[in-house]
Ligand binder design. Structure first.
Ligand code: NAP
Length: 513
């Protein structure tokens, strides 16, 4: 049995009593010491005797209304009766929304969570609402509001700096995810996690496993260093999985978070989050070029490529690097070497280097810039096609190669096709950046996309007899280089590869869906 985790409240919402009972037992077996039972999920009237029969840990009774993100659609009077019944039935905690908290008095030893939910925004008078809630005889005040911009996380976390009552405050949604984890730095009494990641439980809520096994929430404190990935979208990035595993393995008191930052918001985000400060960022779609512009120092890898995928905090600002260039190179060359060893190459393929190879590169974004420079440096003859043709032309000019229009990409003959677009990336997994008839057995196909590993392009390429290289090896390599830049420590290479492979396995992906 795993050690108990005291500061994560596991939320269970099921339509049937039987399933609630099963999940309570299972959650406690996995280490939960506090479980919220969402009575509003039940399709029948709650049978408290059944629900409390085998109570392995502290239980919270909650009947959440639709307007607050729950499923309760009945009368308010009926709901308050239910809450009163739950209190006397033997729950350890009861969750009372701020508008009804004054109506329902404290009873015996039952602890009170006074809560406020706002699914639309962070209201302008949040601090006033909070002050009022602190006076409603709470054991814990809970605030859950919807983040509309990254800075909303900070506004909510501010409530935790010197709380007048123990406070759990966080933002809903993927933009608000950092606040759920960063609350630990301020000593929030607990955080919420879902037993199973049913989206309907709460917007952006992580699973219990994610909370403890990926973010190690129970180990975080005011000294925890912060790292993260900036992107939009970012929810499906595997960077948190790989970096948190490495931090944990090396016993570094740090946490790595996904920060969803809209395209035009990078500068303001970096300035505002500097208050922690954040020690290092991985940078992904669509911020790689802006990250380079905003950095104080730029190492040659980033300046030359014109895009940064890494920002490291220095005394006077961020230093930008690009680990995509080296990772793409190492990954391709290692693959060629492997093919050479196994003798699987077609006759038309010169190797084990890229000298003279005819390459069609699709995409001229952040990764495209790094890959095009690398291919050119390795002596390949590169043609770049990009949906926005001017970007292909600009990059081709920079690199010293040719550009073709997106529409004419199928007319380009190549030995190596490299996909640096996001076409086929999760969730648009049924898209392919070329027509399958373009693929033939003498072609090698390198798709830089790593999520999913087996993209439609990779599947079609295999079906057409091409040699294929997926983006996973490159992803792991670029993350390892970033880890070294972030921490100055040698990354645990094997472990990082293992956790990414595990996260990308069909079973893990199915659970994630
Ligand atoms: P980015 O800077 O936003 O560039 C996106 C590229 O995709 C641009 O060339 C864009 O063309 C093109 N694109 C987007 N939608 C398209 C569509 N519907 N049709 C045609 N082209 C389209 O992103 P990035 O950072 O370069 O990332 C690109 C891909 O690389 C991502 O899918 C990511 O998974 C992968 N990646 C892999 C690794 C790795 O280590 N394996 C690392 C980073 C990224 P426009 O210029 O016309 O918009």
């Amino acid at each position: 049995m795993p050690a108990g985790v005291d500061n994560i409240c596991v939320v269970i919402g099921r339509t049937r009593h039987k399933m609630i009972q099963v999940e309570i037992i299972e959650a406690s077996r996995r280490g939960a010491r506090m479980i919220e039972v969402r009575l509003d999920f039940l399709t029948k009237a709650p049978d408290f005797k059944r629900l409390l029969a085998a109570k392995p840990c502290e239980l919270v009774a909650t009947v959440r209304r639709q307007q607050d993100g729950g499923r309760w659609t009945g009368e308010e009077a009926e709901r308050t009766i239910l809450l009163r019944q739950a209190i006397v039935a033997g729950f350890d905690w009861v969750d009372l929304e701020t508008d009804i908290a004054d109506e329902i008095r404290r009873f015996g030893k039952v602890k009170r969570i006074v809560s406020y939910h706002n699914l639309r925004e962070v209201p302008h008078d949040l601090e006033k609402i909070y002050e009022k809630m602190c006076k409603q005889d709470p054991d814990v005040v809970k605030i859950a509001v919807s983040a509309q911009q990254p800075a909303d996380n900070l506004r909510v976390l501010d409530l935790l700096k010197s709380p007048s009552r123990p406070t759990v405050a966080f933002c809903l949604g993927d933009m608000g995810f950092p606040s759920r984890i960063l609350a630990a730095r301020y000593g929030a009494p607990f955080a919420y996690a879902a037993f199973n990641k049913e989206r309907t439980i709460a917007l952006g809520i992580p699973s219990f496993e994610e909370m403890k096994d990926v973010y190690h929430y129970h180990l975080l404190n005011s000294d925890t260093q912060i790292f993260g990935v900036i992107g939009d979208p970012v929810a499906h990035s595997l960077s948190p999985v790989i970096h948190n595993a490495a931090l944990q393995q090396l016993d570094i008191n740090g946490v790595y978070l996904p920060f969803r930052v809209p395209r035009s918001g990078l500068q303001s985000f970096l300035e505002k989050f500097d208050r922690f400060p954040v020690q290092g960022y991985s940078v992904t779609i669509p911020h790689k070029e802006a990250a380079l512009r905003l950095a104080k120092e730029k190492d040659p890898s980033a300046s030359r490529v014109g895009a940064a995928n890494t920002l490291v905090q220095r005394a006077d600002g961020f230093s930008a690097s690009n680990t995509d260039y080296q990772a793409a190179r190492d990954s391709l060359l290692a693959h060629l070497e492997l093919i050479a060893k196994e003798g699987e190459t077609g006759q038309s393929m010169p190797f084990p280097n890229l000298q003279g190879w005819k390459v069609l590169q699709l995409g001229a974004g952040g990764v495209g810039r790094a890959v095009a420079h690398m291919l050119r440096d390795e002596g390949a003859q590169v043609v770049i096609a990009n949906r926005t043709h001017e970007k292909a032309e600009d990059l081709a000019d920079d690199v010293g190669c040719k550009a073709a229009t997106w529409e004419t990409r199928h007319n380009i003959q190549c030995e190596l096709l490299v996909n640096c677009t996001s076409v086929g990336m999760h969730p648009n997994v049924d898209e392919c950046p070329v027509h399958p008839s373009y693929l033939h057995p003498d072609m090698m196909v390198f798709d830089t996309i790593y999520n999913p590993e087996s993209t439609m392009l990779i599947k079609e390429a295999k079906a057409h007899g091409c040699t294929v290289l997926t983006g996973v090896d490159m992803f792991v390599r670029q993350a390892q280089m970033q880890f070294l830049l972030f921490t100055g420590r040698e990354p645990p290479r094997e472990l990082m590869t293992k956790v990414v492979r595990r996260a990308l396995s069909p079973v893990a992906m199915a659970v994630e869906e």
